[in-house]
Ligand binder design. Structure first.
Ligand code: LLP
Length: 418
């Protein structure tokens, strides 16, 4: 259930009015509901209760320490795709033995860091990466636990930028050569094969592709075991979709059932890497109306948040529901809700029926907890905004607003140049 609701005419997150947070931290800011993070994690985890499993939260969705730590305390593992994400996960208190490391381009330094940290498993995406990992493991003096990420060649039926399990995508090892790749892994002295991994895409709203992919993986496990590989773990990736507007994604229990049915006789420990499902609806971006104007027929609402704060509408043309923090009864007229950045692509909504809001009013951009702050930048020299974790009737600033000093912190002007 959403924790972003109107109470007495004002949008709250849990029991805290968003305007009270704004009065203290300014705008824009992200607000996350601890209860929603917890409920989503728990619902997902319980869906798989009948089998041994690890819910490895995809840190890329929202890597803020306060968010990852909230999940780590519930027992969540982590799926990381860079040494930086691994660092975040460890700092947030995730047990290294519940961390998997995915990604097509791990460097030798990143591999060594993860190996020393004692992570559960590397999801290796090419034979060349396997050879590189073998060399790093020899140097570090520790065998590398490995799953190969196999590209199942399944169409996930989602946005083309976030579909990953098709042959034409850069991810994973072609399923046609999976057994050869495992044979190579078996020959490498510092590689310890323990699992199999796949991930077909994000914002999945249909179970058919999931069922196809997991069934292919289950069949592959049978073949790999017959080839002599000890496959203990099956990582099925992330991807379960959420409601942004009118989508009908499966419930976590339905998703879990499809996965569990496909692997039921295999005795594997399942790993799932949900990101969006846990964090997406648990966060909102709160912003202030700066100006209103009309250019001919066109109505614009100019706000103090922009594509640098929330890139998804500009990059994927994705929909985020936007509501005034003070409840309006009228539905309004079409408007573009745009930020201050000097690009036409800087919008959070286009042609959206929106009530007449005043200058200074606050708006809440909903379902922004995943791939919101984690994709934020300082484009146009806009300091990154604050993040707040709401917990019942309290809130905690989990990331302060950046300052101008923060913007130039790592820069120097070379002497002699100016
Ligand atoms: N595991 C792997 C290997 C992934 O590549 C991803 C997402 C996940 C797990 C988590 O997927 P989720 O459960 O969150 O769907 N920036 C885009 C989404 C990119 C997803 C990339 N990979 C967006 O804003 O929609």
């Amino acid at each position: 259930m959403s924790q972003f609701n109107y109470r007495e005419g004002k949008m709250h997150c849990e029991q805290v009015a968003l305007d009270e947070i704004a009065a203290e931290v300014g705008t824009p800011f992200y607000a996350y509901s601890r209860k929603m993070l917890t409920d989503h994690y728990t619902a997902f985890d319980q869906g798989f209760a009948s089998a041994p499993h690890i819910v490895a939260y995809a840190v890329k969705a929202n890597g803020s320490l306060g968010v990852v730590a909230t999940l780590a305390r519930l027992g969540a593992g982590a799926d990381v795709v860079s040494a930086g994400e691994l660092y975040r996960a460890l700092k947030a208190g995730v047990d290294p033995q519940r961390i998997v490391y995915s990604g097509v381009g791990k460097t030798a330094e990143e591999m060594a860091y993860a190996l020393r940290a004692g992570i559960l498993m590397f999801n290796v995406e090419s034979v060349e990466e396997l050879e590189a990992l073998n060399n790093v493991a020899a140097e570090v003096g520790k065998p590398a636990p490995v799953a190969l990420r196999i590209n199942p060649d399944v169409d996930p039926k989602t946005h083309k930028y976030i579909s990953t399990g098709l042959k034409e995508n850069k991810f994973g090892i072609d399923i046609a050569i999976a057994e050869q790749a495992y044979a190579r892994a078996g020959e490498l002295p510092n590689i310890r094969v323990i699992g199999l991994d796949c991930h077909i895409g994000s914002q999945l709203t249909q179970l058919g592709p999931v069922q196809d992919a997991v069934t292919r993986m289950a069949n592959l496990i049978v073949a790999l075991r017959a080839d002599g590989h000890a496959i203990e773990f099956l990582d099925v990736g992330g991807g379960l979709g959420i409601v942004y507007s009118r989508e009908h994604p499966p419930a976590p229990t339905e998703y879990a059932q499809v996965v569990l049915d496909a692997v039921k006789d295999l005795g594997v420990t399942l790993i799932m890497e949900p990101g969006r499902f846990i964090a997406g609806n648990a966060g909102a971006l709160v912003t202030k109306v700066l100006y209103r104007k009309t250019n001919g027929e066109k109505r614009f609402i100019i706000i103090d948040a922009a594509m640098n704060d929330l890139l998804r509408p500009s990059l994927y043309d994705s929909f985020h529901e936007i509501k005034p923090v003070a409840e309006h009864s009228e539905s309004g007229s079409p408007a573009d809700i745009v930020g201050p950045i000097c690009e036409t692509g800087d919008f959070l909504a286009r042609n959206r029926e929106f009530p007449e809001v005043d200058q200074g009013e606050l708006l809440a951009v909903l379902s922004a907890g995943a791939y919101g702050f984690s994709m934020a930048s300082t484009y146009n020299a806009r300091p990154k905004c604050a993040e707040v974790l709401v917990d019942g009737d309290k809130f905690h600033v989990i990331r302060r607003r950046e300052t101008f000093e923060d913007l130039i912190e790592h820069e120097t002007i070379p002497t002699g140049v100016v």
